[in-house]
Design a protein around this ligand. Structure first.
Ligand code: SF4
Length: 212
């Protein structure tokens, strides 16, 4: 994608959705961290379904620890990899209490030291909770970054670095939401809906998919 097209590409996405949000449901930084940790290789819909029952009984590190491994598994067993996610989440709760007074830390280094929290999870928390201009590259952003020519790269990290270089400052905080939503609902993996895509005029992908 030519550099001159990046601004109108994001301006178009912003005009359609001025205040993009994560689709994960949460009401505190701790709930957000929990939801993001649970969402690895799972859909937001499946995570929301589980946390709708989990958060009313456990939305603090103390309450989560009180559930214990088995109790927590009972709430999240419909989510993929639930056993290891439960283990990581409980260990994370212990560390939040030990090192951070029960609060979610706001630096990448501290976040990435928590079990189950990798670079992508840290990027989501830094962006959504603390408004940092981070790019959490998931499967949708990886695909959209490459297909559109906005941020081509062979690895998620390469795509992330391209996005950090190429996305104009004015769009840096919202960019990862817009790209996820574009990938989830329009630029889908099997068949991109180019015929109804608002940013088709700026995207490199050829040939564009015609209307069915
Ligand atoms: S025009 Fe097609 S390939 Fe390009 S972003 Fe839109 S849906 Fe994806």
């Amino acid at each position: 994608m030519k550099a001159a097209l990046i601004e109108p590409f994001f301006a178009t996405l912003q005009a359609a959705n001025p205040h993009p949000q994560t689709e994960l449901q949460y009401q505190s930084h701790f709930e957000l961290l929990t939801a993001v940790l649970l969402s690895a290789q799972a859909t937001d819909v499946s995570v929301n379904k589980a946390t709708r029952l989990l958060f009313p009984v456990a939305n603090t590190p103390q309450a989560m620890l009180a559930l214990g491994q088995e109790g927590l598994e009972g709430y999240i067993k419909t989510i993929g990899l639930y056993r290891s996610k439960a283990r990581h989440l409980l260990e994370t709760c212990r560390l939040l209490l030990e090192r951070h007074g029960g609060e979610v830390p706001r630096t990448r280094q501290e976040l990435e030291q928590l079990p189950g929290v990798g670079r992508k999870t840290a990027n989501v928390v830094l962006n959504v909770a603390f408004g940092e201009p981070t790019m959490a590259v998931d499967t949708h952003i990886f695909r959209v970054g490459n297909r559109t020519g906005l941020a081509p790269g062979k690895t998620p990290l390469a795509v992330e670095q391209q996005l950090l270089r190429r996305v104009p400052d004015a769009y840096a905080v919202g960019a990862h939401h817009w790209l996820i939503l574009l990938g989830r609902y329009v630029c889908q993996a099997r068949k991109p809906h180019c015929w109804e895509c608002a940013v088709a005029a700026y995207c490199d992908y050829q040939p564009k998919t015609p209307a069915p």
